[in-house]
Design a protein around this ligand. Structure first.
Ligand SMILES: O=C(CO)[C@H](O)[C@H](O)COP(=O)(O)O
Length: 232
């Protein structure tokens, strides 16, 4: 069922794409539905060029005949369409469940607009039930972990960090980094946390996407709802 809802949200976003657009293309199962919907429109003559946010998305999009380039070649994009692990009413997001948060954030920030696509289970009042991914450089990782724990303690947040694993080894991102998943339960002040995390040496990026999304299509039993942030 949730797959069907993801597909509905993705297909709605594909309708917003017009010929000539330079597109950021997200990562994850919902984004994959978007890639399929986009590919159908490309087969019907839509002329777009995409920058994928992961190797996985690049492979799928290329196999379906979507023209691709890199952010080096095309550093300014019109629109990024991507999934999310959580979104609140203001379109603050947690992303990175699929491990692509760094490229996803760079691509979203280089885009004039970002549309989030999700099924209704991703909608939350307060971010934090989904563990917050924090991408770190492997060098000195234990020192970085301790610095993150000290910050969480200072902010009165649970000090529960898990190194993401892929079988017996740490999960490695497309950028060659590792990920700590922070189980925080409720992030009451995402702005302060976001600003403090990036100041820690060794932290490359985190999965709080704030003031990046301009619109979300969220699919539920009663159809696809459009959400825009109250503050924008
Ligand atoms: O941030 C992401 C990948 O890094 C994904 O967008 C997020 O994990 C949602 O994935 P899915 O659409 O499979 O539920």
């Amino acid at each position: 069922m949730s797959d069907n809802l993801k597909q509905q949200a993705a297909e709605r976003a594909a309708e917003d794409v017009i010929s000539g657009m330079r597109l950021g293309i997200g990562t994850g199962s919902t984004a994959e539905f978007f890639v399929h919907a986009l590919a159908k429109r490309v087969a019907d003559g839509l002329d777009v060029i995409g920058v994928p946010t992961s190797e996985r998305t690049a492979e799928l999009a290329a196999s379906l005949g979507i023209k691709l380039t890199t952010l080096e070649e095309l550093p300014e994009l019109d629109l990024t369409v991507d999934g999310a692990d959580e979104l609140d009413a203001n379109l603050a997001l947690i992303k990175g469940g699929g491990g692509a948060l760094l490229r996803e954030k760079i691509v979203a920030a280089a885009s004039g607009k970002m549309i989030v696509i999700a099924d209704g289970t991703k909608n939350v009042d307060t971010l934090g039930q989904f563990p917050l991914p924090i991408e770190v450089v492997p060098f000195g990782q234990e020192a970085t972990r301790r610095a993150i724990l000290a910050l969480l303690r200072e902010m009165g947040l649970p000090q529960n960090l898990q190194l993401r694993m892929a079988g017996e080894h740490p999960f490695v991102t497309d950028g060659g980094h590792h990920i700590f998943d922070a189980h925080l339960l409720k992030i009451e002040d995402p702005e302060t946390l976001a600003q403090a995390l990036v100041k820690i040496p060794g932290v490359v990026e985190h999965g709080l996407f704030l003031n990046l999304a301009s619109k979300a299509y969220v699919a539920g039993e009663d159809g696809v709802k459009t959400i825009t942030p109250a503050s924008m």
